[in-house]
Design a protein around this ligand. Structure first.
Ligand code: 4NP
Length: 163
């Protein structure tokens, strides 16, 4: 059985598709595609079926990455299917925590930046801030946070599952 990781933000067009693209690349670079799958979803349904935000696609492209993801809303079934739910901010965390309390599944819940090496020992754990109303620089910052957090998350999964 593959280890399944779901990245979650609010709209599923800016941060979580970026996280998915960056993490999938880190998994490929380690040759672990047969062991680990990832996807992304939003706690809100504003952008179901939409492509990621142009700025997310641009930052991914500037870094040689791409994604074919279409926006989707987080469902109760995801709590049963996924091993890891990786959220971007505290609002996402509360939303998913409430879903888990109502319908427990197998998924473990983490803030993505718990795995960012520049955030060690910081409490509360820093967020990946919502860039939707921001600038390209905010999207570039999100990319850098996703890169560091992906490395840390992948190390965690490799150790946890003895890959
Ligand atoms: P995301 O950003 O949660 O990183 O995808 C947002 C995208 C859209 C909206 C809010 C945040 N929105 O309000 O439509």
């Amino acid at each position: 059985m593959k280890i399944k990781v779901l990245f979650v933000c609010l709209g599923n067009i800016c941060r979580s598709p970026m996280a998915e693209g960056v993490f999938a690349n880190a998994v490929r670079q380690r040759g672990l595609e047969k062991m680990i799958d990832c996807d992304s979803a939003g706690t809100a349904g504003y952008h179901i079926g939409s492509d990621p935000d142009k700025r997310t696609l641009q930052v991914l492209k500037e870094n040689g990455l791409t994604t074919k993801h279409k926006g989707r809303k987080l469902e109760n079934g995801d709590l049963l299917t996924f091993d890891y739910l990786i959220v971007m901010d505290q609002n996402n965390y509360k939303h998913v925590e409430e879903m888990i309390q109502k319908k427990p599944g197998k998924a473990s819940l983490f803030l993505f930046r718990e795995f960012d090496s520049t955030c060690e020992d910081k409490k509360p754990v820093p967020e990946v801030p919502d860039p939707y109303y921001g600038t390209m620089n905010d999207f570039k910052l999100v990319f850098e946070q996703c890169e560091r957090s992906s490395e840390g998350l992948l190390e965690f999964i490799i150790n946890k599952h003895s890959l």
